[in-house]
Write a protein that binds this ligand. Structure first.
Ligand SMILES: Nc1nc2c(ncn2[C@@H]2O[C@H](COP(=O)(O)OP(=O)(O)OP(=O)(O)O)[C@@H](O)[C@H]2O)c(=O)[nH]1
Ligand SMILES: [Mg+2]
Length: 335
């Protein structure tokens, strides 16, 4: 079986296409890479199984694509997940959610000095170190709650960015209103002095982690409001920023990365230099086995040895499959 997964007679062209498939993060990229694999694979008996496997994966992805495009056509609140993790902006009108999306990504949302400018979600990709994190801008919450469809977008995220306007007289109400709405809808856990246990489950899913982004720190009143917020809600994970002046963007990005609870892991094949350009992204606590599964679903079965540079006691240390990896580790997998 191992032979049919990695036959020795595959061409460099095929390996390049497979590499592209391995690195593809969107459905379109995956389909394109599989098509390329199919086009360049040597057609003979030895690759029949592999050809069938590629065809099967292609038709599965195409089906998925069709479902998604139908969903996108009929539902403007449908947001396709992309990148290493998805952070969803949420908050009251006019606090600067769209401005943040515009400042941190290439997306071009409508921004205006009046409430309810945004009516449907829009996403963009934020470069962070060597990965891309997806940010999703959403229509605002209000006293009447949220527009239909918003809850699903919030629930679908990996992290929420609760945005407040630090220059507003209603800054505190914004904080209380947004957070209590999210608690009421069981999207985030109750706000207490103790942090929620990480694996706490609500129904069939986990509570979402969140950070509070206190925007418009360039305006008067903002320092006072930030101080009051800190005093009244010391347990809140607050970051003061200015979307307009791009103030404190580095710490905001670091906090988003940390809030997503992910690590970047690099791979190398024996005898070669590691690929330091495109890391694999795993949840914190991810193991060598999780990495192998991420590379290819057949990999864990074929895996013989793993060595780690970075978090291991010494460089290139041989580790077990359940070895827990850390951000920045380089892993050599031998099959
Ligand atoms: N001074 C200052 N103004 C800001 C900042 N961020 C946003 N604004 C302004 O605040 C207003 C509202 O910004 P938006 O980004 O449209 O706010 P929003 O939260 O997306 O609003 P809705 O779509 O209605 O929910 C605009 O006039 C922005 O230029 C900031 O950091 N500083
Ligand atoms: Mg907006």
């Amino acid at each position: 079986m191992g032979v049919s997964v990695l036959p020795a007679n595959l061409t460099p062209q095929y390996h390049a296409a497979e590499e592209a498939y391995r690195k593809a993060s969107t459905l379109e990229e995956k389909i394109e890479a599989l098509q390329e694999m199919m086009a360049v694979i040597p057609k003979h008996k030895g690759t029949e199984k592999l050809q069938a496997d590629i065809k099967r994966r292609l038709s599965k992805l195409r089906e998925e694509g069709e479902k998604k495009s139908k969903a996108a056509r009929f539902n403007p609140f449908f947001v396709e997940k992309q990148g290493a993790g998805q952070a969803v902006l949420v908050g009251y009108p006019n606090v600067g959610k769209s401005s943040l999306l515009a400042a941190l990504t290439k997306a071009k949302p409508k921004i205006a000095d009046f409430p309810f400018t945004t009516s449907v979600p829009l996403s963009g990709m934020m470069p962070y170190k060597d990965i891309l994190i997806q940010l999703v801008d959403t229509p605002p919450l209000s006293a009447d709650g949220a527009p239909p469809g918003l809850l699903n977008v919030l629930r679908g995220g990996d992290l929420l960015l609760v945005v407040l306007d630090a220059s507003s007289e209603e800054c505190l109400e914004q904080a209380e209103g947004t957070l209590s709405y999210l608690v009421e809808k069981k999207i985030i856990n109750k706000i207490t002095e103790e942090k929620a246990p990480e694996n706490e489950i609500v129904g069939d899913r986990k509570y979402l982690p969140y950070i509070v982004v206190v925007n418009k720190m360039d305006l008067p009143q903002s320092e006072d409001n930030l101080r009051i917020l800190k005093e009244l809600m010391p347990e809140l994970p607050l970051t003061g920023i200015s979307a307009r002046e791009e103030k404190e963007f580095n710490s905001l990005k670091d906090n988003i990365f940390q809030g997503l609870d992910i690590i970047r892991v690099y791979t190398k094949t024996p005898g070669k230099q590691p690929d330091m350009e495109t890391p694999f992204v795993l949840k914190c606590g991810g193991t060598v086995l999780d990495l192998a599964y991420n590379i290819h679903r057949d990999f864990p079965r074929l895996l013989k040895n793993a060595r780690v540079w970075g978090s291991a006691k010494f460089e290139g240390q041989a580790v077990a499959r359940d070895y827990i990896l850390e951000d920045g580790d380089i892993v050599e997998l031998t099959i």
